[in-house]
Design a protein around this ligand. Structure first.
Ligand SMILES: Cc1cc2nc3c(=O)[nH]c(=O)nc-3n(C[C@H](O)[C@H](O)[C@H](O)COP(=O)(O)OP(=O)(O)OC[C@H]3O[C@@H](n4cnc5c(N)ncnc54)[C@H](O)[C@@H]3O)c2cc1C
Length: 490
């Protein structure tokens, strides 16, 4: 024990002497670095905020020398505890490395890991270019965090996820050696594709210090539709039937009837005045106006045949009104209880109806408050279990129902996370998705790239039960902010 303490203080001394003023050990810096969007609290002994990327390599070299755990952090908006320093050590906060350089001729963006997604989109738009991945957290989350989680979002149904826009990644191996995976080229078929291995590896296999992103032409216009359906089954036909009709929505979001009821009680407003709550779809078309006109005719025809009611907006102010029901889903649920288990499961498109029906069974059997909404165009639905943490019986019912949900997702051929990653929160269910050979292959990749196990230890492989933890009551910066465009909470 005394040996560990001695080595910790030596490590800190070496860190301060090598990196000086970018090392912070004051209580406020330590407190802020102790948790992320999951809100479980584990303190690091220092926070390093590099102001140039080489310092990342230096931190990793020292961490290997002294055996110090390192947790890389972007904005800390992870909902799974990915950026929580569960083993203490040092937090590597990359938010200051936030450069953005748009190369309009090559249609790429060269970004530091701390660049905020909305800033990248704004700078690209100034040159009529578009970076499509749009997690609802885009006003505050970073490209480094998005790459580490392979973040998704609303527009993925048409444009794909973060992975589809990454051309090259520069950074450091866990050992502190500098690497570049891929090039700033549209194609790359040279050697092992470790760039794609890093994407979605949740900061466990390396630290990204620069990313080159592919940009595309900016869509010229949008048109938004809101429709209510008689049943979940009718609404959830949309991804397949619209695709057969040649309609490619840029957004296709579903809310089950329970969620719509919950939002209506929260806002005191009916989504369709005079009409009781029904399952809902929010659909956006984008592109050039002629294309939107053609697609909207087909979409309106489909809605007339399939939906109970529908309306549309072709300007931003009216569209914002249609968005309200989706934006309020999460805040409305949070009023029902003090704890929310927010799952982001994904199933094959045709199985979504089976998933939503199963949630209804869980709701009845366990007498729980559970709402489903999300990206049905991708089969990626957020299942939200609301319960009061101090109510032991209700907590036990929620956890039991959650376990059954994850088994069902597995049976349906789905995955326990479609966009948030495993972090800490999904670790109780990860192993059910892999056989022994797959699990061992993943572990041996980790051991090979990180022989001393210093980078983001405790994540993905070790079991952590989030429902057994007390949550931090602090608000995170974005929970105070009501700037437009508001995040659509997941
Ligand atoms: C209101 C709200 C809405 C959200 N909506 C969505 C959504 O629509 N879609 C979605 O996918 N997610 C969503 N999220 C989750 C979260 O925003 C994403 O997971 C995001 O990618 C995290 O980015 P971050 O910068 O906050 O990273 P952090 O939370 O700081 O870190 C996340 C993970 O990335 C690793 N990491 C961070 N930077 C680096 C780097 N440079 N190199 C290597 N590893 C790194 C960390 O170690 C950690 O494992 C939402 C969260 C909130 C709070």
């Amino acid at each position: 024990m005394s040996g560990t303490v001695y080595s910790k203080s030596n490590a800190l001394k070496a860190l301060k002497s090598r990196l000086g003023s970018v090392v912070h050990v004051d209580s406020e810096s330590i407190r802020i670095a102790s948790y992320d969007g999951l809100k479980v609290f584990f303190s690091p002994s220092a926070v390093v905020c590099p102001d140039h990327s080489q310092q990342v390599g230096e931190v990793l070299e020292l961490a290997n020398e002294f055996g110090v755990p390192i947790t890389t952090k972007g904005a800390g908006s992870s909902l799974t505890g990915g950026a929580t320093p569960i083993k203490g050590g040092w937090v590597l906060d990359l938010s200051k490395l936030n450069s953005i350089d748009i190369d309009g001729d090559n249609q790429v963006a060269r970004c530091g890991p701390g660049a905020i997604i909305a800033d990248i989109q704004r700078d690209a738009a100034e040159q009529d270019l578009f970076y499509p991945p749009d997690p609802s957290s885009k006003m505050f989350c970073t490209i480094g965090g998005n790459i580490a989680c392979n973040a998704g979002g609303l527009r993925c149904v048409k444009y794909g996820v973060t992975r589809d826009y990454i051309l090259s990644l520069s950074g450091y191996l866990p050992t502190g050696e500098s690497v570049q995976w891929g090039r700033a080229t549209r194609k790359f078929a040279t050697g092992y594709n470790i760039r794609d291995l890093w994407i979605g590896s949740e900061g466990t296999l390396g630290v990204v210090t620069e990313a080159v992103l592919r940009l595309i032409g900016k869509p010229l216009a949008q048109k938004t539709f809101l429709a209510a359906f008689n049943s979940d089954r009718d609404a959830l036909k949309a991804p397949i039937e619209l695709s057969r009709l040649g309609i490619r929505p840029s957004i296709l979001e579903f809310l089950d009837q329970w969620t719509v009821e919950c939002v209506q009680s929260f806002t005191g407003k009916e989504v369709f005045p005079g009409i009781p709550p029904h399952p809902i779809l929010l659909i956006e078309l984008d592109g050039d106006p002629a294309q939107i006109e053609k697609e909207s005719q087909g979409l309106q025809k489909w809605l007339d045949q399939t939906a109970l009611f529908s309306e549309y907006a072709d300007n931003e102010a009216d569209a914002e009104g249609l968005w309200e029901v989706r934006r309020k889903g999460s805040p409305a649920m949070k009023k029902l209880a003090n704890t929310k288990l927010n799952e982001d499961v994904v199933v094959p498109l045709v199985e979504q109806i089976n998933l939503v029906s199963f949630v209804e069974e869980l709701r009845q059997q366990f007498k729980l408050k559970v709402g489903v909404f999300g990206h049905c165009g991708d089969g990626n639905l957020h299942v939200n279990f609301m319960y009061n943490h101090e109510d032991e019986d209700e907590s036990a019912r929620a956890v039991r129902a959650l376990k059954l949900l994850m088994q069902k997702v597995n049976e349906l051929g789905g995955a326990i996370s479609g966009e948030h990653g495993i972090g800490l929160a999904k670790t109780p269910f990860t192993k059910m998705q892999f056989n022994q050979a797959e699990w061992q292959a993943m572990q041996s990749i980790k051991r090979t790239l990180d022989p001393n196990g210093i980078l983001n230890p405790g994540k993905i492989f070790d079991i952590f039960n989030p429902w057994e933890q007390n949550k931090v009551s602090d608000f995170l910066p974005w929970e105070y902010s009501h700037d437009e465009p508001k995040p659509v909470e997941t």
